[in-house]
Structures are given as C-alpha cells and as structure tokens.
Design a protein around this ligand. Structure first.
Ligand code: PMP
Length: 316
C-alpha cells in the first residue's frame, strides 16, 4: 500500500507480504496452507485492518495529523491501531472491559495510546457503547471494526490477493477462519470467489469443554481470544458466504493443536489452534486433494499468562 504521509517525513512501516506455508502436523496427514499473519509488525493480522481503515479515513479527509482514533477492542486490533497511530502522528484511545492483562494495556500505552476500562460485566457491549460516546463527544474517528466494511475490504484487496499469488495454481478450495469481527472470513471469501475459485467457507467456532475457565480476553471471548459471539458483528451477520459450514472445535483441541504448532516452530496464539483444527475437519469434508487455506492470526507471547501455557507455567 502507498502511504499518504510519506511526504511529511514520517516513518510509516511498509507492511510486507506474509508467507503462506503448507503446514503438516502429522507426516501422514493433510497439509494445510497457513498464512503467517503473526509476522506482521505489531504481531497480528490486525495490522492490515488498522492501516487500511485509518489510511482510508485519512485519504477521505476524516482524520488529519494530530487527530484521535477510538476503538472498542482489548485485543490485537487495539494493539495494531496503537502502533499505526504512533507511526502516523495520531492519538489513540482503546476501550476495553476491566481484567485485560497488564501486558496488553502496557503495549497500548507504550505506543502512546490511552486505555479506558469499562466494568467487566458490561463486556463488549459496554465497550462499544463507551467508544461511541467518546467519538460523539470528541469528534474522534471511531473505526467500528465490527461494522466497518473497510475491515473486510483490507482482507479482500490485500491479504486475499497475496494468498492468490502465493498458493500453487492460484486457486483455493476451502477457507477456514474463526470469527471475531468476521473481517477475515468475509474479505478472503470475496477475494477468492471473485477470482473464480469454487471455495467453501468454514467458520470455526470454539466450544466449551471441561477444562475451560474464564480467561482474560483479546477480543471479549472467554476461551479463545479474538473469536466472539457472531451476533456482535454486523459485518459477519450481514455477509453473503455461499455454502457456509460451521465447525465446532472443543477448546481442549484448540489448545492442544496450538501447542503442537508452537512445538513445530510457529509461535502462535490459541486462535491459530482453532483455525488449524477446523482446517483438518474441512479437509476431511472436501477430500484429500482440496487446497485448504487458513490464517495464523497472532503470536504466542500475548498468552503467557493464559491456559495455553498452563502446563509450562506449572513446570517452572
Ligand atoms: N484471532 C485473533 C487473535 C483475533 O484478535 C481476531 C479478531 N479480533 C480473530 C482471530 C478473528 O478475526 P476477524 O476479526 O477478522 O474475524
């Protein structure tokens, strides 16, 4: 992407293409095409939407240097927006429920962002309401990731085109993603369908198993951070995903697969375990020759104090 601020002498990091690699956990099993989005500058796929939504607003004259961006997110989106705003000379306010880890709050503050907490009982809805009030009162740019079409658009015109160039033969048969805002699945599905792929979309949903306890969240989900109740997202609920298949994955499986991915050298968080586990099911449904693409959204370092690292924490 080109950057409208370059002429102003600012350092605005170019977001390079991330690798697409075929990952095979079981040597006899299926290979899944994984987009290594945890390699983005702030550590997650949300760098794409942060940059795309803010640059679009800048080009449209909805924000200028020194302006303020506000978003309701305790997760990767806030961290990505905080970094984007630091590079673009903008202020940033993250609204999130109480209880989010110190590491996350400090990351946002270190980039110069402000963190506003709402009571934990109010959850995502409270955070969304508060962010709206701040935008109304101050005139800040509210990026509204759950309904902003530029979220999905970032993945349609950017991540999706990278994948189409990288995948052998230029075609995708199955697309698998957990749903937070829905931006990833909606944008990538459009990119692949428009390129003529006969692609089946699979939405991966974490379901509570016996081992779950309330975890701090990245995007308001209690067990697999980043993946929320779909009803929250207008972007997802109003999207047209032809032939959508929903795959439920028990959270024990999510954590087990995420740990196996880490053991093979992919430093990922739980949502990558969810996506990979669901991709194996998608492969079973579509057959061994089908090319399944999924995303590894973020990095393991954000989850050291969570269930993902329980066994290693108890060893130390
Ligand atoms: N994984 C992680 C770690 C996330 O933070 C998110 C989104 N918050 C997702 C997956 C889901 O992506 P999307 O919002 O594009 O549906």
């Amino acid at each position: 992407m080109s950057h409208p601020f370059k002429s102003e002498g600012r350092f605005v990091q170019k977001i390079e293409a991330t690798p697409l690699v075929e990952v095979r956990l079981d040597p006899e099993g299926a290979g899944i095409w994984c987009k290594l989005e945890f390699l983005n500058p702030s550590g997650s796929t949300k760098d794409r939407i942060a940059r795309y939504m803010v640059e679009k607003a800048w080009r449209d004259g909805r924000i200028r240097e020194g302006g303020t961006v506000v978003e309701a997110s305790s997760g990767s989106t806030s961290i990505a927006l905080a970094m984007t705003c630091a590079q673009m000379g903008l202020e940033f306010i993250a609204v999130m429920p109480e209880g989010v880890s110190t590491e996350r709050q400090l990351t946002i503050r270190a980039y110069g962002g402000e963190v506003i907490l709402v009571p934990v009982e109010e959850g995502i809805h409270g955070a969304l309401r508060k962010a709206g009030e701040i935008a109304d009162d101050s005139g800040a740019l509210y990026t509204r990731q759950f309904e902003n079409p530029d979220n999905a658009e970032a993945h349609r015109v950017w991540t999706g085109q990278e994948i189409l160039k990288q995948i052998p033969g230029g075609t995708v048969d199955g697309l698998v993603s957990g749903v937070g805002t829905g931006g990833t699945i909606v944008g990538l599905y459009s990119a692949f369908a428009e390129a003529g792929c006969e692609v089946t979309p699979f939405a991966a949903r974490p379901v509570r198993g016996s081992a779950v306890r309330e975890l701090e969240c990245c995007s308001f989900s209690p067990c697999v951070p980043g993946v929320v109740e779909e009803s929250v997202s207008k972007l997802y609920s109003e999207a047209k995903l032809d032939g959508l298949v929903e795959l439920d994955i028990a959270d024990e499986v999510v954590f087990d697969i995420a740990r196996k991915l880490i053991r093979q050298g992919f430093p990922v968080g739980p949502s990558s375990g969810l996506n990979y586990a669901a991709s194996l099911k998608a492969q079973e449904e579509l057959g061994p020759g089908a090319k399944i693409v999924t995303v590894m959204p973020d990095r393991m370092e954000r989850y050291f104090s969570t269930e993902l690292f329980d066994s290693m924490n108890s060893e130390s």
